[in-house]
Design a binder for this molecule. Structure first.
Ligand code: SAM
Length: 280
């Protein structure tokens, strides 16, 4: 196995610092530094970019990011036990790694970062989806990040990239594809992690678009997709009753068959519905 730095192997780091994985923190560690470097490379050329990493744990991905040339890494880790291990990485890369010991759902990392910023993370799955939604719905667009490179449960990754007609197609796909370009760039089996989770994982890379793909207001698009997918087996003329007085007329006005179901309707048509809702 090629050496990426002069720090000890991750299995030694875990033993030295007593980092037995905790289920409550969603800890499934990546111990193969070739693999973590490969994940880091999925974020593109890191030289000249600051990287926000959430949940560095014992620092496998952090070391991959630094070895791949990230200008600076800001790592937010909730588990205090990991901080000493991360400090050792910071000593090996002077002035390039800053660690915050806290909850990523509460921290405000932006004061420590300079554009261009890439977000890279192998996160606990529950926190990952919540953060993704936050990163995709900032008050202003373009967001603080140029790209997000995130590990998800494979099934969630497929929901992010799904197209109309796919089983996984729904609100997450529409939200991700409205203002970003998401791609699955790696698939990982459970055995890639220690301990191995029950499910497979995938890395999704999302590039922020300069402008939304189609004009719409975020809150109105969200209301339309919530109504449409809240009752996804219903025809749209029924599921949109709660938000439009005459859904059939509205659907016809934007060229959608009123008997169609949400799962076959594309982003452009949902944006058209969001504009009508806003105009009402
Ligand atoms: N990045 C490491 C790796 O690839 O080996 C660890 C990945 S592990 C799946 C998730 C990490 O996120 C753990 O280190 C865990 O302690 C941390 N974590 C869990 N919830 C967090 C939160 N709300 N904020 C910050 N870190 C969190």
């Amino acid at each position: 196995m090629a050496q990426i730095d002069n720090l000890p192997p991750l299995s030694d780091v875990i033993e030295t610092h007593g980092l037995a994985a905790r289920k409550s923190l969603g800890q499934n560690f990546l111990l193969d530094l070739n693999l973590t470097s490969k994940i880091a490379r999925q974020a593109g050329d890191l030289r000249g970019s600051d990287v926000l990493e959430i949940g560095p744990g014992p620092g496998g991905l952090t070391r991959g990011l630094l070895a791949e040339g990230a200008r600076r890494v800001l790592a937010i880790e909730k588990d205090t036990r990991c901080i000493a291990a991360l400090d050792e990485i910071a000593s090996a890369y002077p002035n390039q790694l800053k660690t915050i010991n806290g909850d990523a759902l509460e921290a405000n990392p932006l004061e420590h970062l300079q554009a261009p910023i890439k977000v890279v993370a192998n996160l606990p799955y529950n926190v990952g989806t919540e953060l993704l939604i936050r990163w995709l719905t900032p008050a202003e667009w373009p967001p603080f990040w140029d790209s997000l490179t995130l590990m998800f449960q494979r099934e969630v990754a497929h929901r992010i990239v799904a197209k109309p007609g796919d089983k996984a197609y729904g609100r997450l796909a529409l939200l991700a594809q409205w203002r970003a370009e998401p791609r699955i760039v790696m698939e990982l089996p459970p055995e890639a992690f220690t301990p191995a989770p029950k499910v497979s994982s995938a890395v999704v890379h999302l590039t922020a678009l300069a402008e939304p793909r189609f004009p719409a207001s975020g809150p109105h698009l969200s209301r339309v997709t919530q109504a449409a997918f809240g009752q996804r087996r219903k025809m749209l003329r029924a599921s949109l009753k709660g938000i439009f007085k005459d859904p059939t007329a509205v659907l016809e006005s934007v060229g959608i068959d009123p008997t169609a179901r949400a799962e076959v309707i594309g982003l452009e048509q949902f944006c058209a519905l969001a504009r009508v809702l806003k105009g009402n």
